[in-house]
Design a protein around this ligand. Structure first.
Ligand SMILES: Nc1ncnc2c1ncn2[C@@H]1O[C@H](COP(=O)(O)OP(=O)(O)OP(=O)(O)O)[C@@H](O)[C@H]1O
Ligand SMILES: [Mg+2]
Length: 269
């Protein structure tokens, strides 16, 4: 594993989330435990409905767990006051499946980016702000001059995703949760976006929690894999171990659905 002696940043013990009551009760996440280290790339892999986004929202503190404990930097996570949440969200940021849900649609690109700097508590001159926004946009191959006056709905799915990464570049959080960031865009932008995330990790030693149903992609980008089935983590470990020597039936089934990995698996054995 890449991050052998790194500190545990975020961990959880027996995290469960139950939605609804009575006969409408649905356990979306059940008894999930994990520890994510500094600079680690973790993928949470599972098919649709397995509870990945629900878990991501609990990690972000956007949904409250029904039971279990989340710890941040070794201490129970506190999200009671506005100040607690503000502090936590400086360190942890997410890119969600639908980028439109993450932006205020009534704000133009320039305001979305200047708000980032406000969140960081940075006191910058207008010129410094422009320089930072231009730098962030060019990191994701967007031209600030062309976009600054546009509203989110005037951008393409790929441009939106890249704008989200530009925000991450400006905020440099300790942890980034990327929930299927590539699902809305074509294969070409998909690999560019993955490369950008990997570059961000390299530059900032950011922890990335990558959420996907694509086990091949997860293997390609991650140090560690968590395999999720029906709300439970059924298998976890270093990506190579999990893929080349899968123990659980569900992991084996996921892998057998990916011809390329299967070939490598055969070669390795
Ligand atoms: N607010 C909610 N109220 C009730 N049930 C919910 C709610 N949110 C999610 N669920 C249910 O919890 C389960 C897990 O949903 P979740 O969105 O976490 O899955 P997912 O793994 O992210 O799926 P996908 O890959 O399709 O995004 C699903 O059965 C879903 O219907
Ligand atoms: Mg989801």
């Amino acid at each position: 594993m890449r991050v052998k002696n790194a500190d545990v940043l975020l961990s959880g013990t027996n995290i469960t989330k139950v939605f609804g009551y009575g006969k409408h009760k649905k356990t979306a996440v059940q008894d999930v435990s994990f520890s994510f280290h500094e600079g680690e790339i973790v993928s949470i892999v599972g098919e649709s409905g397995s509870g990945k986004t629900t878990l991501a929202k609990m990690l972000m503190g956007l949904l409250k767990e029904t039971s279990g404990e989340v710890r941040y930097r070794g201490k129970p996570r506190q999200l009671k006051s506005h100040a607690d949440r503000k502090k936590y969200w400086k360190d942890i940021q997410a890119i969600f499946q639908d980028p439109f849900s993450s932006f205020n649609v009534f704000h133009k690109v320039e305001k979305l980016l200047t708000d980032c700097m406000k969140l960081q508590g940075l006191k910058l001159t207008k010129e410094e702000q422009f320089r930072k926004m231009k730098e962030a946009c060019s990191f994701v191959n967007l031209k600030f001059e062309e976009l600054h006056n546009k509203y989110p709905f005037e951008l393409s799915g790929g441009q939106m995703q890249r704008l989200m990464i530009a925000r991450i570049f400006m905020l440099h959080p300790k942890i980034l949760i990327a929930d299927e960031p590539t699902s809305m865009i074509d294969a070409c932008s998909r690999s560019t976006i993955l490369d950008m995330l990997l570059k961000l990790r390299k530059e900032n030693n950011m922890t990335i929690i990558f959420i996907t149903h694509d086990v091949g992609l997860a293997y390609y980008v991650s140090d560690t894999l968590y395999i999720m089935e029906k709300g439970r983590i059924v298998e976890s470990g270093p990506a190579e171990d999990v893929i080349l020597n899968p123990k659980h039936r569900y992991t084996q089934q996921l892998i057998s659905d990916v011809p390329k990995i299967h070939e490598e698996w055969n070669l390795a054995n």
